[in-house]
Design a protein around this ligand. Structure first.
Ligand SMILES: [Zn+2]
Length: 268
C-alpha cells in the first residue's frame, strides 16, 4: 500500500474528488489529510479540522486525518481529547507560529496527546508561510522549529510517536541525530524538490555521518507536487541513496511509504 502521509486539505471546491483522481492515476492508495488552522496564517487556503473530519468520514477507505492543535489555547488538552474522540488519527503542531514544543507550559497538551496513543506530527525547520494572523500577530519564525526541541519530549513520552516534518530542513543533522537516539521518532520527507527535497543530496555529500533507519521514514507530497510527480521524485531520491556505497545495508533499507492500520490510529 502506498500512502501520501502528509498532504494538506485545501479550501477548494472538489478538493477530495480531484485528489482521489490524482491518487488513482499515481497508484497511491491512501492520503493522510493534515489540517491546519486557516485563521492562523495570512493568505492561507488550507482547511481546518472540520473539513478534514468530513472528508475522512466520506472516504474512510482512502483518507485518514490529522487534527491541527494550537497548544497555547487554555483548553487545548480538552480539545485534544475531543479530537481523538472525533476520529482523528493524529495531531499536527506548527511551532513557528510563536512557541517551542519543549516549553513547560505546554506539557499538559503533550500529556493529553500521549494519552490518546496517537502520533504527533511537528513542523520542523524552515517554512514558506510568512505571517501569523490574529490573535497571534507575529511573523512566522522558523528558528522556533528545531528538531532537537523535541528531544526531551521523545524521552518523556517514549510510547508516543513523534514525526519530524520535512526532516527538519535545514536542520537535517539535528533531525537525524534525534531519530538515531530516540526510536519513537519518524522522519518525514514530505515536500518539494528544493525544500526539503535536498535531503538526499546532503545525505550523500556529507558522507552519511549519522545513520538513518529507513524503516522510520515516511513520505508525503505536502501539496508541493502532484501525487505522481511527488512519488516519482521520492523514488528517484531513494534509488540514489540505495545505490550509494556503504549505505546501511544491515537493515532492510526502504522508505516506509505505508501507513499501516491507519484506522487504528497507529500510523505505523
Ligand atoms: Zn505540511
Amino acid at each position: 500500500m502506498i500512502v501520501d502521509a502528509h498532504i494538506h486539505m485545501l479550501q477548494e471546491p472538489g478538493f477530495s474528488s480531484n485528489l482521489l483522481r490524482q491518487m488513482d492515476a499515481a497508484g497511491i492508495d491512501r492520503a493522510n489529510l493534515v489540517a491546519l488552522w486557516p485563521a492562523a496564517f495570512v493568505g492561507s487556503v488550507t482547511a481546518g479540522n472540520n473539513a478534514v473530519r468530513q472528508a475522512v468520514r466520506e472516504h474512510p477507505d482512502r483518507f485518514t486525518g490529522f487534527a491541527y492543535v494550537e497548544p497555547r489555547e487554555a483548553d487545548a488538552p480538552a480539545q485534544v481529547r475531543a479530537l481523538a474522540d472525533a476520529g482523528f488519527h493524529g495531531f499536527k503542531l506548527f511551532p513557528p507560529l510563536g512557541y517551542r514544543v519543549d516549553e513547560a507550559r505546554l506539557r499538559p497538551v503533550f500529556d493529553a496527546m500521549a494519552a490518546t496513543a496517537r502520533p504527533v506530527l511537528v513542523h520542523c525547520g524552515s517554512t514558506n508561510l510568512d505571517l501569523a494572523a490574529e490573535p497571534h500577530t507575529t511573523p512566522i519564525n522558523s528558528a522556533l522549529a528545531r528538531p532537537l526541541f523535541l528531544d526531551p519530549l521523545t524521552r518523556l513520552y517514549p510510547d508516543t510517536t513523534f514525526v519530524v516534518a520535512h526532516m527538519g530542513f535545514p536542520f537535517l543533522l539535528e533531525a537525524w541525530a534525534l531519530a538515531m537516539a530516540n526510536p519513537n521518532v519518524i522522519l518525514d520527507v514530505a515536500g518539494g524538490p528544493v525544500w526539503p527535497g535536498s535531503w538526499a543530496g546532503i545525505y550523500t555529500n556529507l558522507g552519511r555521518p549519522i545513520p538513518i533507519d529507513w524503516n522510520r521514514v515516511w513520505w508525503g507530497t505536502d501539496n508541493c507536487m502532484t501525487p505522481a510527480d511527488g512519488l516519482a521524485f521520492a523514488k528517484q531520491n531513494l534509488t540514489h541513496i540505495l545505490n550509494l556505497p556503504n549505505t546501511h545495508k544491515e537493515k532492510r533499507v526502504y522508505v516506509r511509504w505505508e501507513v499501516e492500520n491507519p484506522l487504528d490510529g497507529t500510523i505505523l
